[in-house]
Each structure stands twice: as C-alpha cells, then as structure tokens.
Ligand binder design. Structure first.
Ligand SMILES: Cc1cc2nc3c(=O)[nH]c(=O)nc-3n(C[C@H](O)[C@H](O)[C@H](O)COP(=O)(O)OP(=O)(O)OC[C@H]3O[C@@H](n4cnc5c(N)ncnc54)[C@H](O)[C@@H]3O)c2cc1C
Length: 459
C-alpha cells in the first residue's frame, strides 16, 4: 500500500473509474458522493438512460480490464439513421471501415459496474449521501453538508458540471481563476420508446426493437431535433433538443415553453415526428413528468490548486453532448492522469501541472467541436451537400487506410489528441464540402485526386 491517501468528490462516471486507477497503484481512496448508493435505489420506472461509449472511453476501461465486461451489454450503433418528416429513413454510416462504430451503454449500469469493481480493492471507501459544500484551497480541507470535514494528501474533484470544488476555487480559493459558462438556448428532455412486445397489439410484430437497433436515430428539424439510442433491453431512450423559450417567429420551430398542453405537444409531435409517435405510448406522461435539462459549456483554468486539488471530467470542462464525447473525454482524462502517476508517483504538484498542460488544449478542442456538431446534427444531416460529403468520406475510408473523417478521428482514434483531430478535421471538412457543393453525385468524383488534395492539406 502506498502512503498516499486521496479524497475524491463525486462517484459519477469519471470518479468511480478514477478510484480503480488509483487503487490499482495501491493508493488509499475515500470517495464522497452527494447521492445515495445507486445500487440500493430503484431506477425510475425501470427506464434506462444511455450514452454513447467510443474508443477513447473504451481505451480507458481496457487499462483496468473493464472493457469487455461493459461492452457485453452494449448495443453497437453503426451509423446515424436519419428520419425525414415523411417517415423515410436513411442510414449514414459512421465510418467506411469495419469495426468502427459507437456503443450505446446504460449510464446507471456503467456507473454501478465501476463502483462494484472499485470496492473490491482494499483501501477504497465510498461515503454516500455526502454533499461537498466547500473546499478550503489553502488548507486542503473539504467540508460537507453533514458537517463532516475531510483532508487527504490531495483531493480530486469529479463532482460534475456544477462542481462545488471549482466554485470554491473561483470564489477566492485560487488567484486569477478563469471561468466561462455558455448556455445553449436549447434544453433537452428524455422520452421513451418501449421494447416492442409492450406494443405488440398495436404494431403486431414480435421483434424486440421497434426501430433499427444498430443505429443512432436522428429526426433533424433544423431548429430542433430528436435522437434515440437503443437500450440492451430492446427499448430506446429518446432525447428531444428544443429551445427553452419561443424563438423569433422567423426562426420557425417551437419551444418547451410553447408545449404547455397535451394538445400542443401532440400537434407538434404529429407534425414533426409522425413516424415516432405510434412508438411512444407514454409520450405525454414522459414529457410532462421528466425534467427539462440545460445544456452548456464550461471552461475554466487553472484546474488545480497547487498539489492540493485537481478538477477532472465535467468539473473541469463540461461540454454539450452533440459529439457523444463528454464521458469519453472524462475517461481519457483518467487514463492520462494514470500515466502521469505512473511517471511521477504521488508528486501531486508535478502530476497536476503536467496533466493540465497535456489536457487543457484537448478539452477546449472537444468543447468547440461538440458545439459545432450541434449544428451539424440539427441542420447539416438534412442538407444534400452534407449527405454527399458523408458518402464521399465513407468511400475514402473504404479505399484509403490513412484517411479518417473528422468524426472518425474524434471517435475512433484514441491515439490522436482532440486538438489535432479538430485542426485536421476542419481543414478536410472545408475541402470536401466545397468539392461536394459542385457535384450532384459522388460517383463523378476522382477519388485519387481528392485523396491527394487531402494529403497535401496544410493545417
Ligand atoms: C443529455 C446528455 C447526453 C450525453 N450523452 C453522452 C454520450 O453519448 N457520450 C458521452 O461520452 N458523454 C455524454 N454525455 C456527457 C456525460 O454525461 C458527462 O460528460 C459525464 O457524465 C461526465 O462524468 P463526470 O463523472 O465528470 O460527471 P458526472 O457523471 O456528472 O458525475 C458527477 C458525480 O458527482 C456527484 N456530485 C455532484 N455534486 C457533488 C457534491 N457537491 N458533492 C459530492 N458529490 C457530488 C454527482 O451526484 C455525480 O455522481 C451526455 C450528457 C448529457 C447531458
């Protein structure tokens, strides 16, 4: 056992994976989580909330031997299934290469699996129902609403986008602490498509999934969109992204504020998502019961208070969910931190300094790309030039092993920093959009010539 004792605030996705990394090095860890033990609590109505796990996250799980266990109950998603208003569907593959896909996993299932694994190590203790309310950056002491006060050799805050430790750093704990929070005008609401046998009488099929299971479904409608990710049990979790308040009339669309009655809700859904409505028997209940979430980006700096505390995961860099990378990035944070602990052991000041230098540029890059991808998912996937560009990219990926689209670099290249994926990907996107804007059919394109232009790009 190492002499070092680490305090972790927040046993969410990043916090519970981090515990395993530290415990594997023989470091004693005390974890304080605001919520109760989720293993003892019923998940609301048995409904699963899911999220997309991809290569960066898988790489971090692999290092602690958890990848296969988690993937065993994941649903592979090979592409985006676009639903038009008329109910037509089109699959846009995520990659032209076999084996490059993303995985829909249960958020609660993943969290519970990580906590269970972490608890197997001696020296690991979870303290539930312990909300951190303050961190004394000078003394290194965390205070909890229960009155408990805790000091370790260092503290790592994985308490998510509303981090209490970050607040303490902002409000006088760390000199010249930079903080920026940008809200989207859109919020989100989770809805539900049950597995098919619940709808049996209605649709008359014995298949388990009501729509294609191996895809991330998108209903892009410019000013708003709905997506659906499959769950292992055959159901889908849908997320409606919509403006909180009424957008200007000329902008069209609706808003959560405008959907105040059952009638307005059903009119909106029947008009915009007619193919989904028959699959959503609990739509009105879900809509009026489930909370409307906010979406925002948080950037801050520095991430550490000397060697006494470090912010990691959403606590350091919350991003909007449109690249499906928030958790994957947080898991990559943990992996990089693990490598630095292997290098510098428990010299926390050195570990945190090098960690920030390595990660800040990449966290900023994925935050920017995630915002950009909102517009891509909402608007561009319904744009014929963009659809041609995706077809061209698929052909390039099928033909040239060294070609990766921006999406593939972000999602499938655990060896490539987000910052490089952003620069290279943006340069490629500009070139390919301009090529596809001038043709009607990708079959007309001289693939070799395009590949050469990409190889010669400066970025
Ligand atoms: C709608 C939506 C969809 C998403 N989809 C994806 C996706 O497909 N793929 C992906 O990679 N990412 C996705 N994300 C992002 C992902 O959810 C986050 O990036 C990820 O959960 C960050 O992990 P974390 O551990 O840093 O924070 P969290 O998971 O938020 O965990 C924070 C933990 O800290 C606890 N806590 C909070 N405050 C305190 C306190 N004061 N004291 C003690 N404990 C506290 C919380 O209870 C929680 O357990 C999505 C996010 C949203 C909102």
């Amino acid at each position: 056992m190492s002499e070092s004792k680490v305090v972790i605030i927040g046993a969410g996705l990043a916090g519970s994976l981090l515990v395993i990394y530290l415990a594997k090095r023989g470091i004693a860890v005390d974890v304080y989580e605001a919520r109760g033990d989720m293993r003892l609590e019923e998940v609301a109505a048995g409904r699963s909330i899911n999220l997309a796990l991809s290569d960066r996250g898988i790489a971090a799980l692999r290092e602690v031997g958890m990848d296969e266990y988690i993937l065993a109950e994941a649903v592979p998603m090979y592409g985006r299934m676009i639903h038009s208003v008329a109910g037509e569907t089109k699959l846009l593959p995520y990659s032209g290469r076999k084996g490059e896909y993303i995985n829909s996993v249960s958020r609660a299932g993943l969290n519970v699996a990580l906590i269970n694994e972490a608890e197997k190590y001696p020296g690991v203790r979870f303290h539930f129902d312990q909300r951190c309310i303050y961190f004394d950056c000078a003394m290194g002491e965390a205070k909890f609403s229960s009155g408990t006060k805790v000091t370790g050799d260092t503290l790592i805050a994985t308490d998510g986008a509303g981090s209490s430790v970050r607040n303490a750093m902002l409000h006088g704990g760390v000199e010249r602490f930079n903080f920026a929070q940008t809200w989207l005008e859109h919020g989100y609401k989770e809805l539900h498509i049950p597995r098919l046998h619940h709808l049996h009488e209605r649709v008359g099929s014995s298949e388990l999934f009501a729509i294609e299971p191996n895809a991330l479904h998108i209903w892009p409608r410019h000013k708003f969109m709905m997506i659906a990710l499959p769950n292992f049990d055959g159901s889908f979790t849908c997320t409606l992204f919509l403006a909180h308040k009424n957008p200007p009339v000329h902008a069209g669309g609706s808003s959560f504020e405008a959907l105040a009655t059952k009638e307005s809700l059903l009119n909106f859904f029947n008009k915009e998502f007619p193919d989904a409505v028959p699959l959503m028997p609990t739509l009105t209940d879900d809509f009026f019961t489930n909370p409307t979430g906010n979406l925002g980006t948080i950037k801050c700096w520095p991430w550490n208070a000397g060697g006494r505390a470090l912010l990691l995961g959403d606590a350091a860099h919350a991003v909007v969910p449109f690249y499906g990378q928030g958790m994957n990035c947080a898991f990559e944070d943990v992996r990089v931190l693990g490598q630095l602990i292997a290098k510098h052991h428990t010299e926390w000041k050195t570990v945190y300094k090098e960690y920030g230098e390595l990660r800040k540029i990449n966290a900023d890059a994925i935050a920017d790309m995630a915002e950009e991808n909102f517009y891509e998912m909402r608007d561009a996937v319904a744009d014929p030039v963009f659809v041609r560009k995706r077809e061209l990219e698929t052909k390039l990926e099928q033909t040239y092993p060294d070609y990766f689209s921006k999406y593939s670099m972000v999602t499938f290249r655990e060896d490539m920093p987000y910052s490089l994926a952003k620069e290279k990907g943006n340069a490629q996107d500009r070139l390919l959009m301009s090529i596809c804007g001038e043709i009607e059919n990708v079959m007309e394109i001289d693939l070799e010539n395009v590949h050469e232009q990409i190889t010669n790009l400066k970025y």
